[in-house]
Structures are given as structure tokens and as C-alpha cells.
Design a protein around this ligand. Sequence first.
Ligand code: TRP
Length: 337
Amino acid sequence: MSKRIVLTGITTTGTPHLGNYAGAIRPAIEASKDADVKPFYFLADYHALIKCQEPLRVRRSSLEIAATWLALGLDTSNAVFYRQSDIPEIPELCWMLSCVTAKGLMNRSHAYKASVAENEAAGGNDPDKGINMGLFSYPVLMAADMLMFKANKVPVGKDQIQHIEMARDIASRFNHIYGEHFAIPEAVIDDNSATILGMDGRKMSKSYNNTIPLFETEKKFKKLINKIKTNSLEPGEPKETEGCTLFGIYQAFSTESEVAEIRQRYAEGIAWGEMKKTLFEKINEEITPARERYVALMEAPEHIEEQLQEGARKARQISVPFMQEIREAVGISRIAI
Ligand code: TRP
């Protein structure tokens, strides 16, 4: 049986937080231990440039995200772990795909439409104000990421489903014109991320600035947990678990029986201070060993770089010949040998 290809990327614009960990990184690392899976995990640094034009931030984020994956125990002997920008065949494929992608399809992209809607709401006279071509064709670059390695399953957050559907459209269109070259990818949605809310009670997201970084120092981590917004119910008053930020995070880190126990304590009126302490201890216990490895890795970036180079080498063993196949398919290969 051939292995299932699981592929996902993380955009390098921020510091990994609890939501990223529980929703994306932890399940991806679990999947990487499955012998029937061939994982491709990468740093989407070309995607980062679309929304972040601060070189230091992109560089820092790439380092932090790579260190996070390695500290959490990604098995790089099975997984291909690489930086998107180390694979020049990806932007090349992106161009080939652009030439079979209907502009009208991109007009319907949620990310693009949201920016246009914002401009319209602001009442200016240019609906495309501040929108670069990178944002407009973002789904094509993402399609290239997936199609290059014939991804079967793509674990992503809900906001990315449309991009995978677009990749399916683009792949089918190319296959229809030039013959069967691409596998059709499928989204896999992890619902865990939906339960992780941020410090202010909205979804935990770097765009809301409400995240709790995964690898803060223990002291700072405790402080952030203590700052999570709660309501003003007193100790002894029964509390709702539904929609409670503390409960949602606890749930993402616990077994079913632990969750049932906490549910009971909510009904009995656990004090918020007590719940924060319980939550801190729970997560801290799970992440402490990884935090120590993270700190060591951040101090030895050459070790991280070495891993990424090795990943790029493995990835290019696939992308170089595949791109040659695609060039030939569209008729731009050498005319004589
Ligand atoms: N756009 C994704 C995000 O922001 C990251 C990403 C880039 C990605 N290329 C990908 C995810 C390919 C899955 C597959 O979350």
C-alpha cells in the first residue's frame, strides 16, 4: 500500500501559541508517527511576505516555528520538514498554475473579498486599496504547495477550506488540459482549534493579538493564564463551561475523564483563581520537557538549519523531476537534447 501524503504549512509571521499547538502542530506530530503516513510539513515563508513586510519578524518567526516543531518531537526521519523558499520549483509551479486559473475564481476568495469589503466599509473610492497581487493569488501559491508533493490530506483550520477547494479546481483544470499530473487534495479539519479562545474570549489568533505563546518562561506563562478574562461569578456560584475560555483550553489538554471532573467542579462553583491554577499546572506539566528542548534549540540555530537543509534536499528529490515532467507537459522543455 502506498503511504497517505499529509501536507501542511504554517505561515511564518508570528510566535506559535496554544491554539496553533492544540489545533495543528500536536495532531500533525501525532500523524507523523503513523507508519502509513508520509508527512510534508513546511514553513510557509513566501506566504508570510503577503501580509508581513518586516524582515526581522519573518526571520524570527521562521526560527521560532522550526524550533517548536523540533522541540515537540517531530520525527524528521519520516517527515519531510522544509522551508517553502528552499524549493524554487514551488514558485515555478505557481506560475504554471496561474496560467490555468480563472481570475474569476480568485475574485471569489474569502481573504481577498474580506479586504475589499473592508475598503468599501471605510468608504474610499478604491476597493482594491492596499491589496497586493500576493494576496489576490494567495490560493494559487497554496495550490502549488499541495500539488507539488501530491498531497492527499491537508490538515488546516476552517478558514483554509476554500483554498483547498480552489486547489482541487486548479488541479482538475490542469489535468483536463495537459493530462493527469496532479493528485486532488482533501482538507482535514481539526475541531480542537475551535475550542481554543484567546485572552479576551475571542478565537485565539495572532490577528487579534490575544494569544498565549506556547513556550513562554514558566513565570510569564502563569501570568498570562492569570490574565485570561472571566466573568465576575464568586467562588461557590455554579459556572457555565460552554463558551468559557479556561474550560476550552483545559479540554484541549485533557482526557475525557479529566474534563468530566472539571465539569463537575464548575457545577460546584470552582473559584476562577483555582481554575486558573489548575489549568496552568495541567499545561505546564505537558509542555515543560518540550520547553527545555525549545530553549536549547533556540540557542543552537545551526542545528535547526541543518534539519531544514536536509528536508529541502529530500523535498527537491521529488520537486526537481516533477517540475521537469510539468515543463514537458506544457511544452516548454528543451527542443533538442
Ligand atoms: N495558508 C495557510 C495558513 O495561513 C498556510 C499554508 C500555506 C498552507 N500553504 C499551505 C496550509 C499548504 C496547508 C497547505 O494557515
